[in-house]
Design a protein around this ligand. Structure first.
Ligand code: SAH
Length: 245
């Protein structure tokens, strides 16, 4: 696999789960663990559940916010145990693995939520796609480390069978001419878009409804590259300039 994959855990409560995730990752040959505001870390329970995977815990990168943890990633996938308010493009772990296989040497983040309530809608709306493990609809939520295990297992299986998977073209192909925008580029785009839409009085800041969420979904679904993002920002600059004339 030429993509660089990081596992991001948001606001984990139980250090034992962080250890369980490290073990699951190392079993499947993954090593990059990023933690966003973990409740207790480092912790003896994390070490003990990690068994021999303490190297992953030692090298784990701790961030204050999810935005920081994914800023340099080209493709961000949020995991969810259930459907959400605004539907987003959802793939299963096998489809995710096929996309990742075709991603070349991109940086990819797979983001996991809190044990009690998963990821917030705002966090899910930072992600290009969502991944759902098709579990029992009446009992859909897996333990955090179990969810990481299932997804990393599928990623590894796809890697082992890379030649067959090669036949299925991922949506944005391997031969793209321009670098994909990273998450930080996209967040600047959305901030600029929001500002412009307020300037032209299309967006009412006192009653924004779901406009920005829907626009995020529209643009993230296309996994835009850097030039495309620059074109959109250029259009917004020109719009803002005309408004001020
Ligand atoms: N009660 C929470 C579930 C939290 S489970 C909720 O309703 O969202 C903790 C984390 O494990 C989730 O945030 C997600 O990252 C992962 N997870 C659990 N079950 C999953 C599933 N069926 N598909 C994808 N991820 C899942």
């Amino acid at each position: 696999m030429s993509a660089e994959i990081r596992i991001v855990l948001v606001n984990t409560s139980h250090p034992g789960n962080i250890g369980g995730v490290a073990r699951a990752m190392k079993n499947m040959k993954f090593s990059q663990l990023h933690l966003v505001a973990p409740k207790k870390f480092p912790h003896v329970e994390a070490d003990s559940r990690a068994s021999g995977a303490t190297d992953i815990l030692e090298n784990a990168v701790v961030h204050e916010t999810l935005e920081q943890a994914i800023a340099d990633c080209h493709f961000v996938v949020g995991t969810s145990a259930r459907g959400r308010h605004i539907p987003w493009p959802v793939v299963d772990p096998r489809e995710l693995s096929s996309i990742v296989q075709g991603a070349g040497d991109k940086r990819i983040a797979v983001v996991f939520g809190r044990e009690d309530r998963g990821l917030t809608n705002e966090e899910l709306h930072l992600c290009h796609h969502h991944v759902h493990i098709p579990s029992n609809p009446d009992f859909s939520s897996l333990n955090l480390a179990a969810a990481v295990q299932v997804i990393t297992y599928e990623l590894r299986m796809a890697d082992l069978y890379a030649e067959q998977v090669e036949q299925q073209k991922p949506q944005w192909g391997t031969e793209w001419d321009i670098d994909l925008a990273d998450s930080a580029d996209l967040e600047r785009l959305f901030a600029h878009m929001e500002e412009t839409l307020v300037d032209i009085e299309f967006l009412d800041p006192d009653n924004p409804r779901q406009l920005m969420s829907r626009l995020r979904r529209l643009y993230l679904r296309t996994v835009p590259d850097k030039v495309e993002v620059n074109i959109l920002r250029g259009i917004m600059n020109a719009t803002q300039k005309k408004m001020k004339d």
